[in-house]
Design a protein around this ligand. Structure first.
Ligand SMILES: [Zn+2]
Length: 183
């Protein structure tokens, strides 16, 4: 094991950009996104940035988790030999993007068999909203932004946090009413 596993799940990758892995500790993670930069003096970071996307180099890095724009995750899922992961997928969306459709989530799960965590990240790498381990919406991380076009959930999350979350309209709604009905 050449990589030092961080006990903090937040890593600075660039001036404004902070990459937050949804759980702790951070496993070996390949970040395939041009919004992040590899920190120059911290080769021991478990996170490595590959701004050009998937390549033989990423494959050789053998990531346990991948963070990438959803299109890239879906195209990896469609590849002949998708990478074998053990930890997680982090689906990166932009500010105006709709949340990851349930069908895409299901496809990613079928191929990779690891949980998907969606994050909304600005082009400069700033984290705006992030899904937690409760998988019930994306916690808003930057207060005061307008979230027109998204559905907001204000109930306490399963993770215990009380910050509002962006949620997908129907599938979560259905799960919740099913859960309420079962009570
Ligand atoms: Zn939560």
């Amino acid at each position: 094991m050449t990589l030092v596993i961080s006990t903090l799940n937040t890593l600075r990758l660039g001036r404004k950009s902070v990459f937050r892995y949804p759980l702790d500790p951070v496993p070996r993670t390949a970040v395939l996104a041009a919004s992040f930069r590899q920190p120059r003096f911290r080769p021991s970071y478990p996170v490595r940035v590959f701004p050009e996307g998937w390549s033989a180099e990423v494959s050789a890095f053998a990531p346990a988790a991948i963070a990438a724009p959803r299109e890239q995750l879906l195209s990896l899922a469609a590849a002949g030999q998708p990478p074998i992961l053990t930890h997680a997928l982090i689906a990166i969306a932009g500010r105006a993007d709709p949340l990851l459709p349930t069908a895409d989530r299901a496809r990613l799960w079928r191929v990779f068999r690891v949980p998907v965590f969606e994050q909304i990240i600005k082009a400069n790498g700033e984290l705006l909203a992030a899904e937690c381990e409760a998988h019930d919406g994306l916690h808003i991380e930057v207060p005061g932004l307008s979230w027109d076009g998204y559905r907001l959930e204000f109930s306490v999350c399963g993770c215990g946090r009380k910050t509002p979350r962006l949620t997908a309209a129907e599938p979560l709604e259905r799960d919740r009413s099913a859960a309420a009905y079962a009570r």
